[in-house]
Ligand binder design. Structure first.
Ligand code: PEP
Ligand code: MN
Length: 338
């Protein structure tokens, strides 16, 4: 950590900051410039709360120079992580993976029709929520276990993997037989107890970025899961809330190359939640592949306008087929397959 003192900071103020740094266990290296003093702290700074130093008299600002996440950081696995599934499917390798399905599992007919389409398009993952985090308690909340059974059966019949959202610790155990990858939704990105518990299982976790989360906060949430020994974490950019209201969320495409720089974990892009608008899903999916996404996750439905949740951002099946055709061309152009 680096503490930059204000111009004119007194010796007493500098001494007080040095004492505070020593107290939290870091070694201090002082540089006294013509007008400003800089204090470099070396040692176990990951757990140090920098704001404690920012408020000390005479301090101008405080920076961290080593990342606060050790397991999720790129240095832990410089070559990058490839998450491998039981059937040999990989996420994080040369092939861009395809995850598609409805926002919510609604009935057998719906999920079987979708699974068939995902398989025919060359997809690997069937997504679909059975536990839905809805803004309104009166909106469709998902089918629960019967929905998971349908999802699992449809995936099995078509040789696909399942990815579905877990909202609370008590759901983990009953979901295990139906789930190849647990999705942690944006609203639960900082449900630390849930993250810790998912660190104890040995199944991949798709961790979505919270609507107001910084990249550092997303990586710290991944760290919670990895600290339990579950290293199979895949991150997902699904849009963040900004001052822009024309789209449901602002899809932060720069998060893809930035996270690839900061972390070794694979990165999925979800342009459905990222934009909230059907006509924008395709252009943003194309851009995400071009930006280096390791997988694309999209919501699709045979009767998209009538989907029980997220209808406005859901693609019709023929739109999805066309999208996949286009993504293959873009993947090739950036040295990937799809
Ligand atoms: C979803 O995938 O349907 C979902 C609820 O996602 P998010 O948590 O990104 O809103
Ligand atoms: Mn959705």
């Amino acid at each position: 950590m680096i503490v930059v003192m204000q111009e004119g900071a007194t010796e007493e103020q500098i001494d007080a900051v040095i004492s505070a740094m020593v107290e939290v266990g870091v070694g201090v290296h002082r540089t006294t410039g013509a007008s400003q003093t800089i204090l470099a702290g070396v040692g176990p700074t990951a757990a140090v709360d920098l704001s404690l130093f920012e408020v000390l008299p005479g301090v101008l600002n405080v920076h961290r120079i080593s990342s606060p996440y050790k397991l999720a950081g790129r240095a832990f696995r410089p070559e990058g992580t490839v998450v491998e599934f039981a059937n040999g499917v990989q996420v994080g390798g040369k092939q861009v993976a395809l995850m598609a399905g409805p926002c919510s599992v609604e009935n057998r007919e719906q999920i079987f029709a979708i699974a068939k389409c995902v398989k025919a398009a060359g997809g690997q993952f069937l997504r679909g929520g059975a536990y839905k985090p809805r803004s309104s308690p009166y909106a469709f909340q998902g089918l629960g276990i019967p929905g998971l059974e349908m999802l699992h059966d449809a995936a099995q019949e078509n040789g696909l993997l399942t990815v579905t959202e877990v909202m609370e610790i008590a759901q983990i155990e009953p979901m295990l037989p139906y789930t190849d990858m647990f999705q942690v939704g944006a609203r639960n990105m900082q449900n630390f107890n849930l993250l810790r518990e998912l660190g104890q299982i040995r199944k991949p976790v798709l961790l979505k970025r919270g609507i107001a989360a910084t990249i550092e906060e997303l990586l710290l949430s991944a760290e919670y899961i990895m600290a339990g020994g579950n290293y199979d974490v895949i991150l997902c950019e699904r849009g963040i809330r900004t001052y822009e209201t024309a789209t449901r969320n602002t899809m932060d495409l720069s998060a893809i190359p930035m996270i690839h720089k900061l972390s070794h974990l694979p990165m999925v892009a979800d342009p459905s939640h990222g934009t909230g608008r059907r006509e924008m899903v395709t252009p943003m999916a194309r851009a995400a592949v071009a930006a280096g996404a390791d997988a694309i996750m999209v919501e699709i439905h045979p009767n998209a306008d009538k989907a029980a949740s997220d209808a406005a951002q859901t693609l019709y099946l023929d739109q999805f087929e066309k999208l996949v055709y286009e993504l293959r061309i873009i993947a090739k152009a950036v040295g990937r397959t799809l």
